[in-house]
Structure formats: C-alpha cells, structure tokens
Design a binder for this molecule. Sequence first.
Ligand code: FAD
Length: 472
Amino acid sequence: MDKFDYAIIGQGSAAFAAAIKANELGARTVMIGGNETNGAILGGTCINVGCVPSKRLITVARFVKELGEKRFSGVEYELGRIKYEEIVAETRELVKELRRQKYEDVLKGLENVEYVNGFGSFAGKEDNGIRINAGDRQVYARKVLIATGARANIPNIEGIEKVKYITNEEALFLDKLPESIIIVGGRALGLEFAQLFARFGVKVTLLQRSSTIIPDHEPEIASLLHQYLSEDGIEIRTGEEPARVREHKGRKIIETKNGSNFEADELLLATGRRPNIERLGLDVLKVRLEKGFIYTDSGMATSARAVYAAGDVTGEPMLEALAAKEGTVATLNALAGKGKKLRINKNEIPRAIFTDPEVASVGLTDAEANGKGIKCACNVLPLSIVPKASIIGNKRGAVKIVIDYSTHKILGMHIIAPNAADLIHEGVLAVKFGLTIDDIIDTVHVFPTLSESIRLAAQSFYADVSKMSCCT
Ligand SMILES: Cc1cc2nc3c(=O)[nH]c(=O)nc-3n(C[C@H](O)[C@H](O)[C@H](O)COP(=O)(O)OP(=O)(O)OC[C@H]3O[C@@H](n4cnc5c(N)ncnc54)[C@H](O)[C@@H]3O)c2cc1C
C-alpha cells in the first residue's frame, strides 16, 4: 500500500490551496478527486459551475443592460442584440482556459503531489494514520483533509422528482434562453441568476420563503436590493414557499403553501447547498457533523484525530477565498507539528452578492451586535450624497456602518453600491484590526471615488454630511 504524509480528498479551491501548501512544505501528498456532479471536475465548483462562469454571464448581462440605458444626454444608444449560444460558448472557453492555467498546469508543477482521479473514502484506522480508498487503490496517510465541497440542495417539494428542473450546473450553460423562469431562493445565487436572466430578456419570477430577500443581511440593504431588482423587471414574491410542483406540456407549475400559483418554462432551484459527504465513510472514523456539515474547530480540525476539513463541506459561509484560506490553514496545522495552531476568525471574512449594484458586507449586523448584548450605534449613508455617484450617473446604493457605542470601533460594514465587492476591503481591514470611525475619517480618500462613501458614512456619526462641501 502506498504511504503518504497527507491525503487530500477533493479537487476544488480548498483542496488546491491545501495541495500547494503541502507541496511547499515538502510533504508527500496524494490528492483524490472525484466528480460528484457533472460539472465539478478538476478545480471543483468555483471554476467549473460557480464563480467564474456566473460572473462572466453577469458581466455580459450588465453590458447588455447598459447599452439600453439612457444614462447620459447626448449619446445615442442601441439595445444589444443577443446571440445567447455564442455568449455561452465563450463562457465555456473562458472556463476551459482558466481551468487549464489555474488548476491543470498548477497541479503538474506540484512535484510532491500525486493526483488520483476517483472518489476517496475512509477504509480504516491504523496505529499512526488512516487507510483510504482512492478510486480503485488503497493508500495510507498520516493526516487527511476532507475538501469535498457541496452541491445544489433539492428541497422536498411534492412532485419535484417528476419535474425537469435545473440547478446552477445547467443554468450556467443553457443552449437557449427560456421565455420565462421561476427561481426558487432569494439569497446570493438565486438573485444573481434572477438579474442576469432578466437582463437577457427572460421573464423572471423569484420566490423566497422568508418575508424578505437576503434575510441574513441588513434590512436597509435587502430592501434597496429588492427595489433595484424589481426595477429590472423581476417579479419578487416573498413569503412564498413551494408546496407542490407539476409539469404540463413542458410548463412548470408551482403551487405555494399560501395557495398562490406560478407558471413558467423553466424552474431553477437555488435553495442552498448540501455537503458531499455520503461517499466518505465518515462512520469509520466517527467524524462529527453539525447541521449536516462537517464540524471543525477554528483551526479546521474535525472531531477525529488527524482528520481536518476545509471549504463548503464545513458549511456557511461558502466562499471561494474562504475555502482556500481554510485549506491552507488546515494544512499548516496538520503538517507543521506541535507549534501554535493557526485559527480562522469568520467574523472578518467578507461576502458579496454580484448583483448590480453589488452587495458586500463584513462583520456584525445591527441585529447580531444587539443579540450579543453589545451597545452599538449604526448609520446608513445613501450613495446619492457621494459626489462620484453623481459624476458616474449611478446613485443607487448605501453604506451602513455598525460601531461599538463607547469605543467607536467598527463592528460591521454593509454596502450596496456599484463595485461594493471591491469597496468592502476597507471595512475588512477595519473589522480585522479593530479600527474606529475616527481612523477612517482621519484617512485621506481619493476624490472623487465611491470609496469616499465609507469616509462619509463614518463622518455621518458626527455631522449631517449632506450639508458638507466636497472638501470637508
Ligand atoms: C453558482 C455559484 C456561484 C458562486 N459564486 C461565487 C463567488 O462569486 N465568489 C465566491 O467566493 N464564491 C462563489 N461560489 C462559492 C464557491 O464556488 C465555493 O465556495 C467553492 O468553490 C468551494 O470550494 P471547495 O473546495 O470547498 O469545494 P468544491 O469546489 O465543490 O470542490 C469539491 C470537489 O470534491 C469532489 N468530491 C466530492 N466528493 C468526493 C469524494 N468522496 N472523493 C473525491 N472527490 C470528491 C467534488 O466533485 C468537487 O470536484 C459560488 C458557487 C456557486 C454554486
């Protein structure tokens, strides 16, 4: 049986970051990668059926929208004509090229890492390590990382097994646009898909179970996003949970628990993710689960000795960069011996929704701070106050800052604005390093930029910034 220092089960962002770090540390490593879903080949979800193709389609859809906008006087616009199959073909090419550059070629350069294509599962425990089935081989490793990711969760709706629905995997590579689509799920994935399809001319109805979309975000941000998406022509129905679904002449018909009926050509389920754990043989090592996902401590150790886990398989938040960070931290903790363990503080991890305008946030919401018994203060700054927003002709958005009432330390930052996913990093540094609103105010921001919105939001705790000059 082949003996390794480290076995990585999975082949996505978490697994790759782990493999690169293990290689750097000179550990003899085996990476075992199986295709849990059609799209999750080498590189996993993000490159194949997640971030990369979705962000490309979102970019094209936004360009199409902008062609039709009357944003500035004196410029003639013409609505773009869409050849959807070409847009998808180019997206496939992008995925293929980036997969080659960022995964296939990178893997070839990892001299200490052997790749086995096949599923990995635990076979047994030895005195000083673990036996693992790797495809049709068995290997032995002293330490193991589980990085098997997650896949679309299919909710328990009566009749769902008889209906031809789609998930993110198919939705990103449709041969042809449907005339209408029902999207179930009003969080990041559902909303990104809703806007991109609406901008390509599809009639979109979005059903969300709770009373608002993105219920885990600040209510002011959720309500603005709801308004902007509705302005894009999306019919958003909150408080609607599907009870049963059927198909008639290719049309999907949903009846909700409220008794409302919705009908469309296509049905997209964006109803959360479930971990890829069924094939792992977790019982062999008694790996503990929490809410169905693999439990880890903040150093990415599972409940089983010598076994670590990283990425989506460990649950929310499910983000590419976090998966990679977790893979790296797990590997350092697993292989670097007895020293001080590295930890991940999820409170300082930013998250984004790539709608237009984008939503990004870090740290605590107002409600979360209150829930922790922290005496806090909050302010919301509308983007319309920021000079750059007027200059670019796009004043849609707001910045909300949550601070500790007595120390003025920034506890959370929540932005809805063009490029919010870029703007949020000032907030990330503030939360990570315990900066105050005074630190932000004292920092010169380039004029005119949307980043100024963060300084103005900080100043708004002390003054009515709508009455201030640009130069204050
Ligand atoms: C539509 C969509 C858009 C997204 N957009 C963004 C975004 O813009 N920004 C962002 O930060 N995140 C985004 N995400 C989330 C991001 O893609 C994930 O957080 C990230 O890919 C998780 O990486 P991972 O390594 O944990 O798992 P994965 O990338 O899923 O990799 C796990 C791999 O392990 C394989 N596997 C499963 N079981 C086994 C087994 N037993 N043995 C061997 N291999 C196995 C799977 O087939 C898969 O290839 C998006 C996700 C989706 C679905």
